[in-house]
Design a protein around this ligand. Structure first.
Ligand code: UDP
Length: 246
């Protein structure tokens, strides 16, 4: 079931439900893409309509960020919970390992995708790592060709938003992959160059604070995030007024 959170149509699913959809996609024979919007995406999509449409046309729109979950609650349309993109990606790797499928890693600084690939293969030895490519390329078509020649089933696209979503929407179908997932900084985490917050922080919905403490430069990006909550509150009040329930 879809729920509209400030213009983005999120799928109201648990991680298990999302993984089931992902499994069906991996068993299919056509291209699909999955997006993992956080509050930064919501703000960017307010003014970038192309980005908003691309998000809303994805096969799965996963709420990646506690700010999305809080906004949904404020709007009176609560979501089942947060589904971090990296957790969904890990579940897709488990499924790919069962079937011995092919994985392509696209994005991050030179060398990172290779390191991520090594770590992934150490845990999932049945996966074939069919290719890697850093995210700082200039010739788009050359990269599309490289991915298509590698014949991946699963493709991680880690170029940051909205670049990765625009890339998937524009080129994804030409790659021949069954499933592409836009995953931001996930390759840095798989490579071990960036660490996720300990589980207790994740459970408390404080992963963002951990990340901010490790990367203080993110304050500029994060400073705008409370805006999403106030937008949700404004929208809720506006609708209540229209209903006459305030
Ligand atoms: N990146 C890239 N190409 C670019 C810009 C960014 O490959 O042109 C990578 C960057 O190296 C990082 C990821 O995209 O690995 C974006 O990380 P960010 O922290 O922005 O994503 P988040 O995890 O916040 O979604």
């Amino acid at each position: 079931m879809k729920k509209d959170i400030l213009g983005i149509q999120f799928d109201d699913v648990t991680l298990d439900e999302a993984a089931q959809v992902g499994r069906e996609i991996l068993e299919s024979d056509s291209f699909h893409y999955v997006v993992t919007p956080n509050p930064e995406f919501i703000l960017a999509a307010e003014t970038d309509l192309e980005f908003r449409n691309i998000l809303n046309q994805a096969d799965l729109v996963l709420p990646d960020g506690i700010g999305v979950v809080h906004s949904a609650k404020i709007l009176g349309t609560p979501l089942k919970g947060r589904v971090p993109g990296i957790d969904f990606a890990s579940r897709m790797l488990e499924i790919l390992n069962e079937t011995g499928g092919r994985l392509f890693l696209l994005g991050a600084k030179p060398g990172v995708a290779e390191m991520a690939g090594e770590n992934i293969l150490a845990q999932h030895p049945n996966i074939t790592l069919c290719g890697t490519q850093d995210g700082y390329f200039t010739d788009e078509l050359e990269v599309v060709r490289k991915v298509a020649d590698a014949k991946p089933d699963l493709l991680f696209v880690c170029l940051g938003a909205p670049k990765q979503e625009k890339w998937m929407s524009r080129w994804g179908v030409l790659t021949g992959a069954k499933l592409a997932i836009g995953l931001g900084g996930a390759l840095d985490v798989f490579a071990g160059t960036v660490h996720r917050a300990p589980e207790i922080w994740q459970k408390m919905g404080m992963e963002w604070a951990y990340r901010l403490a490790r990367e203080p430069k993110r304050i500029v990006r994060m400073a705008r995030l409370p805006l999403v909550l106030s937008r949700a509150a404004e929208q809720r009040m506006f609708h209540k007024k229209q209903d006459g329930s305030l």
